[in-house]
Design a protein around this ligand. Structure first.
Ligand code: PBG
Length: 323
């Protein structure tokens, strides 16, 4: 026990207490969401461009989720994948897939909040987020909506708490909401990638599932970084279609957008601190040019201050130990 006589009041400590008393933004681990990448097979595979992050098979995933839970992380965003890719990405909604099996295993062993990314790009041979029409010229809208709804229902069936459609197909929230309700999954929530810019900050992510489009790019369905009013329109439209949470992505170059969306909608706003934002700090840390911990916390703090209610970040696990 501390001896009362040995205690020395410290002016420094008092100054820090005062600072924390009047602090406007607090970063808490409860609002951090950790993205996790699934792979088939037995062994985990490190992602070279994202130090500390790997693709994980079921057994490793289960251990990782247990560790995150112990650290106080409340939610994870799961990315699925399958070895077999085809034109229409049909492995994505195959209920017998290894990924669906992994979701069921997580549900049996953990009560962490499970959010699953709903997209086709990790499953299509051409790497686009939707189904490409016969001429290979553009996305077949209706076929893509149907596939996305099928994926969402199959994930809900396996047990996820929330689905996060990221394909940027107009009307995806509405069609997923209707499909979920029709199949008795009224409780399954939707976190929509409502405001997703055509950004170069996704670079490292596309290496993960070799999901760069083999032809064309994603500009026809991702937003122009110059546009702000359009972002508000997209966010409001998704709320109307039934989104429970809207997301802005990426985060750091779009802090003004996070703030504007926060003002506009009455649902929680999530910000996605994407792969490139993570990798550039990791790279600078490896070179000894920046102090990763303080830089990362400063970035996360700025995203919170801008108005994000929750942050999807590859630092979630480390930040839970830093905070
Ligand atoms: C698409 C998807 C992407 C990301 C999340 N979901 C890639 C893209 O839109 O090109 C990027 C996440 C990141 O960079 O961390 N399914």
């Amino acid at each position: 026990m501390a001896n009362a006589h040995s205690y020395k009041p410290s002016r420094l400590r008092r100054a820090e207490s005062l600072r924390s008393l009047v602090r406007e933004t607090r970063l808490d681990k409860e609002s951090l969401i950790m993205p996790l990448f699934f792979k088939e097979g037995k062994a985990a595979e490190a992602i070279p461009s994202m130090p500390g992050i790997s693709k994980m098979p079921e057994t490793v995933l289960l251990k990782e989720i247990e560790a995150l839970d112990k650290l106080g992380i409340k939610a994870v965003l799961l990315f699925g994948a399958a070895n077999g890719k085809d034109e229409s990405g049909s492995a994505s909604y195959d209920e017998k897939s290894a990924f669906h099996k992994a979701i069921r295993a997580i549900k049996r062993t953990s009560d962490i909040v499970l959010i699953a990314d709903v997209c086709l790009c990790a499953y299509t041979s051409h790497g686009h987020c939707g189904i490409v029409d016969k001429k290979g010229a553009k996305i077949d809208h209706q076929k893509t909506l149907d596939a996305l709804a099928k994926i969402a229902v199959s994930y809900a069936e396996a047990g996820v708490d929330m689905v996060a459609p990221s394909a940027m197909t107009d009307g995806q929230v509405k069609s997923i909401r209707e499909a979920l309700d029709k199949n008795d999954f009224g409780e399954t929530a939707i976190m929509s990638y409502s405001v997703k810019y055509a950004s170069s900050f996704y670079g490292p992510f596309r290496d993960i599932y070799k999901s760069s489009p083999v032809f064309g790019d994603r500009k026809s369905y991702q937003m122009d970084p110059g546009n702000k009013r359009e972002a508000l329109r997209e966010a409001m439209l998704d709320v109307k279609e039934g989104a429970d949470i809207v997301m802005v992505k990426p985060a750091l170059a779009y802090l003004d957008i996070i703030g504007a969306v926060r003002e506009k909608v009455d649902v929680p706003v999530a910000a996605y601190n994407v792969s490139g934002e993570y990798s550039m700090v990791k790279a600078a840390q490896l070179k000894g040019w920046l102090d990763e911990k303080t830089v990362a916390l400063e970035m996360l703090n700025s995203i919170k201050r801008a108005g994000a209610d929750m942050i999807i970040t590859y630092w979630a696990k480390e930040a839970a130990q830093w905070i």
